[in-house]
Ligand binder design. Structure first.
Ligand code: MG
Length: 356
């Protein structure tokens, strides 16, 4: 059976319902989603000077702290103490990379406004280069709620619309915690964000489903623990000023229930279970890593598989087991999945290239 490419395919039927579901229940970019209430900020954004422990990424004097996508100098324009997205110059990325941060950014949409919807004052602040807090001129400018100013793009609309008119300086104050993975790549804590726009809470410790994207919802993929802060060139000359960041100490990982204690089973016996098993639309792939067995789960996630005996295996962080039934030669003929009062069988999927 093929072991190199390990994916789960929740294709249809018994386990999964319909396609295009998202954790929110709304389709990404759904125009039918309720619009956040408009809240007028109490004051125009005041420029908040960086605290003494902040890393200043832009103080009005130049873009030396930034690069373009090729690692070369950022091609944005510095004018009147602001750095301005030069349409076509591409995203800019902080040269220094960060994990958990407090980030302060001030921005202003072009005035007079041009275009409508996503074409009006579009930019974005990306944490670790992957998680976008949307920048858009959302002052009397309708668009899909998960893409308006202050949205965790494509995932969470802002709690309220606290936008100021185009041309006015606005502030974002962001608290971001990076996603955390264990040593074999199991997601143990999603990325989280809290954000204020012009002093008004717009995101309250939301958990990202994965990196933000246009049109698609992608699962987490294990990556570096730090990444750049990026600003988006979306073809609109959005201006930025007074950008500073404070690195935060990492929050301790959540304490998980102790995993089951494994039995000592010879590796050759354990290897018998490796492979792909299916029951209707549910496909499980069991593979071997340097630290033991693992089983795929939906959305590209994994759990360790702990041997309790030569034929019984426990999931590391779900109260579920797999029991293999083997033929006299030791080849599995089926796997039985048990969790609570649920039990069903999966049968091996033969690899036509090897016949096993
Ligand atoms: Mg954007």
């Amino acid at each position: 059976m093929k072991l190199a490419l390990i994916v789960i395919l929740m294709a249809s039927g018994a386990v999964h319902s319909t396609a295009a579901q998202t954790p929110s229940g709304w389709r990404a970019h759904d125009l039918h989603r309720p619009r956040p209430t408009i809240v007028a900020p109490g004051h125009a954004a005041e420029s908040v000077r960086p605290p003494s422990d902040a890393v200043v990424l832009f103080d009005g004097s130049g873009v030396a702290a930034w690069r373009n996508g090729n690692g070369e100098g950022a091609g944005w324009v510095v004018r009147n103490g602001a750095m301005e997205a030069a349409p076509g110059a591409g995203y800019v990325y902080s040269r220094q990379e960060f994990g958990d941060v407090q980030l302060h950014v001030e921005w202003a949409a072009p005035s007079p406004p041009k275009d409508t919807g996503q074409g009006r004052g579009n930019s974005g602040v990306f944490l670790m280069g992957d998680y976008e807090l949307q920048v858009l001129d959302s002052y009397h400018n309708d668009t899909y709620p998960d893409g308006q100013a202050g949205a965790a793009y494509g995932q969470y609309p802002p709690m309220v619309n606290a936008s100021l008119p185009p041309g006015a300086w606005q502030s974002y104050d962001i608290i971001f915690h990076r996603p955390r993975f264990d040593s074999i790549g199991v997601l143990v804590a999603p990325a989280r964000m809290t954000a204020f726009q012009n002093g008004v809470l717009i995101q309250d410790n939301v958990a990202f489903w994965g990196p933000t994207n246009w049109l698609q919802a992608n699962p987490y993929v294990v990556g570096p623990s730090r990444g750049p802060i990026a600003l988006q060139d979306h073809g609109n000359p959005v201006r930025y000023r007074n950008i500073w960041v404070r690195e935060l100490p990492e929050v301790p990982l959540p304490v998980l229930a102790p995993p089951p204690v494994g039995a000592k089973v010879p590796a050759g016996v354990l290897d018998r279970i490796l492979g792909t098993y299916a029951n209707g639309g549910m496909v499980l792939v069991i593979s071997k890593t340097s630290s033991g067995l693992r089983v795929n789960l939906p959305e590209g996630r994994w759990q360790r598989l702990i041997p309790l005996s030569p034929t019984e295996f426990a999931f590391s962080s779900t109260a579920a087991t797999l029991t293999s039934t083997v033929a006299p030669g030791g080849t599995p003929t089926k796997l039985t999945f048990r969790m609570g009062d649920t039990a069903f069988d999966l049968t091996p999927v033969l690899d036509p290239s090897t016949g096993r």
